[in-house]
Ligand binder design. Structure first.
Ligand code: 6R9
Length: 646
């Protein structure tokens, strides 16, 4: 662990919105008197009808409910657009930077208003009503933000499916959400390559019924099939409507969006976020953690298909009247300096990305970074997975020219916004540590029996009380919500992460302790990859674990047992990788497959993943107790054959 501490500089202590003293005072109040604290800070957004109640939450076993500002009414699009118009109509809301460096544009708050209004009218005219779910399957184009805000404007619930997911994954999410409306594009464009989005939607809709309308944005002009009566071009539909659409009054606890995320078991869960608490939390964390101030240009490199794109490209920044940059491309196209070229082109002040991106750029050395200016950068951020202290130091020294603080923000799809994070003017930094809790967040470390550990400790990370951005339920399955997050350590929200707390009270996230792996900052359930593999006719059984990967953080390691009579071969290996890509999407491609005649199982038939993880990590000298295995000789075979993984 790094002992190198980067103290808050005097300059930062002075300019930042929150200094050390304010952090301590506010934090103390936020956890001892959340009603007063959040009652005050809830006013940072506009309410049509002000709330009189603030916090109404329970983590009690069998009776989990989470309600914030529950009698208030508001509209998210009004907060992200209309309320800024009197003084920001001509300010840039979104800077869009295309995949091709010759393509970019500035969208003002007035234009954002008009585009969102049009789209809201298109949706309403086609029967989308308050509470209806709308699935978005879009590339990183401004229309993705318009679509989110258009749904919010009419009280519809958007559910974004990352454009890298397969038709099957898309179909199951459309089905679970019960969407009748899909918004997509002809094709996506990333790193000069086209992604057949409309064709994927067509394939998905052969597998799921109930979708009456598909609205198609023309992005590349590529050839697509349009089904009469169902499919409509976006550019044609908006010609029929005006730009004025009323921002519908919704309750604080009405749903804003559903976002599917992987868990340790079963199919992806529809994480449900509601309106009031989410927006208060998104805007407050965005402003204070990034120290966002008037005129700053802010860039988060995530995709809107993930929660980071929801909270920190769209809702947080726009609620704050910020200028937010949206990037369609990839860090390495047309060349490996692209991020820094974009920073210089748009004079980006605040830059927020994932450790996996930094690690892959580090490989190319300092020159591609150093040849750009980056003088505009003031603050850097990291999210998605633990950042190694060496990578942190490189990020600060090379990208930040030894001048920028780094905010390593720990949070999850479920948490809506940052939970453990530095504040750049208030909290001294330790590379590799997400540091201290944000206002209102009460973390604790528990052992495997649930005993709360005090002082310096390592164990499982739980949060003992609610915060406004917390997910409210799993869509359509509140019981699963309680079982997944509140049953392991009754009375607390279980994060699924392990953590260490040092003598200064700093938190160091050690990674997932469940069967979720984190591949390039993307969450993957090992069970999902396993079900995709066993769906292949030649596979009888599969077990998937994570293993340390230099760039991706974790790679996907699959142990595969074939059906009687099938022979392992490199060809079959390739076939299985292609199969998983098709079933789930490229992000789920196994990095290594080891064919195994048998898997280590207990006598009750449970696969002992602990052993598989150790073999994948090459720690087979230290496999622990194998005496409960039904057939211990299986393990010897796995160890002997590990050279045959590819
Ligand atoms: C925002 C996001 C959540 C999981 C989380 C943890 C890992 C995220 C991290 C981090 C260490 C950080 N994670 N940020 N680990 N340090 N700063 O990534 O949401 O996709 O739901 O993933 O990512 O393991 O539990 P999500």
């Amino acid at each position: 662990m790094s002992e190198h501490i980067h103290k808050v500089t005097e300059e930062w202590a002075k300019r930042a919105l929150i200094d050390a003293k304010t952090y301590q005072e506010w934090y103390a109040q936020s956890v001892t008197d959340p009603d007063t604290f959040w009652g005050e800070h809830g006013k940072r957004i506009d309410w049509f009808k002000p709330y009189t109640k603030v916090k109404d939450t329970s983590f009690a076993p069998g009776n989990v409910f989470i309600r914030w500002f529950e009698d208030g009414t508001l509209n998210v699009a009004h907060n992200c657009i209309d309320r800024h118009l009197p003084h920001r109509a001509n300010q840039t809301a979104i800077i869009w930077e295309g995949d091709d460096p010759s393509e970019s544009k500035h969208i003002t708050y007035q234009e954002l208003h008009d585009r969102v209004g049009e789209l809201a009218n298109v949706l309403r005219n086609r029967g989308v009503e308050k509470g209806d779910r709308v699935t978005l399957y879009l590339p990183m184009i401004p229309e993705a933000a318009y679509a989110m805000l258009a749904c919010a404007r009419i009280g519809a619930v958007h559910t974004i499916v990352f454009a890298g997911f397969s038709p099957d994954s898309l179909a199951s999410r459309i089905e679970d959400a019960g969407s009748k409306f899909v918004i997509t594009a002809d094709e996506g464009l990333r790193g000069g390559r086209k992604v057949p989005l409309k064709a994927n939607v067509d394939a998905a809709l052969k597998r799921v019924a109930g979708v009456d309308h598909v609205l198609v944005v023309r992005r590349t002009g590529g050839d697509v099939d349009m089904e009469p009566g169902r499919d409509v071009w976006y550019h044609e539909a908006i010609e029929q409507v005006t730009t004025e659409a009323p921002a519908v009054e919704v309750n604080a606890e009405d749903p804003l969006f559903i976002l599917y995320t992987s868990g340790s078991t079963g199919k992806p869960k529809g994480v449900l976020h509601t309106t009031g608490g989410y927006l208060v939390y998104a805007s407050m964390t965005h402003q204070y953690v990034f120290d966002y101030q008037e005129g700053d240009v802010y860039w988060c490199t995530a995709d809107v298909g993930w929660v980071t794109g929801h909270t920190y490209i769209v809702y947080g920044p726009l609620a704050n009247g910020a200028t937010t940059l949206m990037f369609e491309g990839v860090p390495t196209y047309p060349d490996i300096s692209r991020f820094w070229q974009v920073v210089d082109k748009h004079k980006v002040n605040i830059f927020y990305t994932a450790p996996t991106a930094i690690r892959s750029l580090m490989q190319a050395g300092e020159e591609p970074v150093k040849k750009t200016s980056r003088a505009s950068l003031r603050l850097l951020g990291s999210v998605g997975e633990p950042i190694n202290p060496e990578v942190w130091e490189w990020y600060r020294r090379v990208v930040g020219d030894d001048r920028t603080p780094i905010v390593d923000t720990w949070w999850q799809t479920e948490t809506g916004g940052f939970l453990i994070t530095p504040l750049p003017g208030a909290i001294d930094l330790k590379p590799g540590s997400a540091t201290l809790p944000f206002f209102g967040v009460k973390p604790a470390i528990v052992d495997s029996e649930g005993k709360v550990l005090e002082g310096p400790a390592e164990g499982n990370l739980v949060i003992t009380d609610s915060w406004p951005g917390q997910m409210r339920s799993i869509y359509g399955d509140h019981k699963r919500f309680e079982e997944t997050y509140f049953a392991t350590y009754p009375g607390s929200y279980f994060t699924g992460d392990g953590a260490r707390r040092d003598a200064d009270g700093y938190y160091w996230i050690t990674g997932r302790v469940d069967d979720v792996i984190n591949v390039s900052g993307h969450r993957m359930g090992t069970a999902e990859v396993e079900s995709a593999l066993v769906a292949h006719p030649k596979v009888s059984e599969a077990a998937v674990v994570g293993y340390p990967h230099d760039i991706k953080g974790q790679g996907i390691y699959a142990y595969v047992t074939l059906m009687e009579g099938e022979e392992p071969s490199d060809e079959l290996r390739k076939e299985l990788v292609a199969w998983v890509r098709r079933e789930i999407g490229p992000i789920a491609s196994p990095d290594l497959i080891q064919f195994a005649p048998g898997l280590p199982k207990t006598r009750s038939g449970k696969i002992m993943r602990r052993i598989l993880r150790k073999i994948a990590e090459d720690e087979f000298g230290n496999l622990g107790d194998t005496s409960t295995l039904a057939d211990p000789s299986v393990v010897d075979d796995l160890v002997d054959n590990r050279q045959n993984r590819h």
